[in-house]
Design a binder for this molecule. Structure first.
Ligand code: AMP
Ligand code: MN
Ligand code: MN
Ligand code: MN
Length: 286
């Protein structure tokens, strides 16, 4: 594939292997139908769906990059680092992701205990009904249970009232370090990308530290155009990408036709004057 500046790339989404509701095959079809020209499936802390996604994409003639989204703890907050174009058979990456998933089960039981204290019983079993991968029980699955059981009307309401800091169902958790996540990706020949920077609640100093340390560890890109950003944040993080000499990525963060406001392939193109992350990944496209 010839790298193009203007490309309908969608390099961030989730399947039933993490907290999405569609299979890798259904996502590939949806991406193709929506005009996506380069696709990556980026399940949380998991690469178990990569072979299926790559095979489905190939059958559709849809260029594909391997992907994942690693949970990291930085400055007492959870940050997400996307990896693209890595070798999915890399042992250290596989082991690192396994270690990062470890602990979700215990966390889920503690979340359910906290919800029970707030009068919501059976949340662990309820969330499990929505889980496609037993190693990957997430807050999204609890959110689906709280909607299905009528506690909240939709998942956004869940995250306003529950499962977030200071609210019932919130359990602090220590994820991977920034250094480890970036190293696992880059040592597997991949490119590390700061996911949706506009979503974190950092002070300007903390955000500066995140970008500086990410670069020092070998990180090379940042999501500028994502379903999580406002138009103002598109502009802000285009500037940040230039300031730190990072390439720019673009991805919907699509999870579900019923929940996600941004569909696969439906975002604005990258702004001018940025290096698209796919220019660094031309040799890695399948
Ligand atoms: P976890 O990895 O278990 O902490 O779950 C994180 C996931 O919860 C994210 O990847 C989103 O899919 C979902 N999530 C977090 N905050 C929100 C929110 N405000 N609205 C909707 N989904 C959210
Ligand atoms: Mn998610
Ligand atoms: Mn994320
Ligand atoms: Mn995501």
């Amino acid at each position: 594939m010839q790298p193009k500046k203007i490309l309908n790339a969608d390099l961030h989404c989730h399947s039933v292997i993490s907290d999405g509701t569609l299979t890798p095959e259904a996502l590939a079809q949806r991406a193709k139908a929506n005009g996506v020209e380069l696709w990556a499936l980026t399940d949380h802390d998991e690469i178990g769906g990569q072979q299926r996604a790559a095979a489905a994409a190939q059958a559709l003639g849809l260029p594909y990059l391997t992907g994942t989204e690693i949970s990291v703890t930085f400055a007492a907050e959870t940050v997400h680092i996307v990896g693209l174009g890595f070798d999915p058979d890399d042992a250290a990456l596989t082991q690192g992701l396994h270690a990062t998933r470890n602990g979700r089960e215990q966390r889920a039981r503690e979340m359910a205990a906290s919800l029970a204290q707030a009068g919501i019983a059976g949340a662990y079993e309820g969330a499990l009904q929505f889980v496609g991968n037993p190693e990957l029980i997430s807050r999204t699955h609890f959110a689906r249970f709280l909607v299905e059981s009528g506690v909240c009307r939709e998942t956004n309401e869940v995250f306003r009232k529950y499962l977030t800091e200071g609210k019932p169902g919130y359990v602090p958790h220590s994820w991977a370090t920034l250094r480890d996540a970036v190293s696992w990706i880059t040592q597997a020949q991949g490119i590390a990308v700061i996911a949706h920077p506009g979503r974190y609640h950092f002070t300007p100093n903390e955000e500066y530290a995140l970008f500086t340390e990410f670069k020092a560890h070998g990180g090379q890109a940042v999501e500028v155009i994502t379903g999580s950003h406002t138009k103002q944040e598109f502009v802000k993080y285009a500037e940040t990408a230039k300031e730190f000499g990072l390439a720019a990525s673009r991805g919907s963060d699509f999870h579900s036709p019923d929940e996600s406001h941004t569909d696969l392939g439906s975002l604005p193109f990258l702004p001018d004057g940025l290096t698209p992350v796919w220019e660094l990944l031309a040799g890695r496209v399948r």
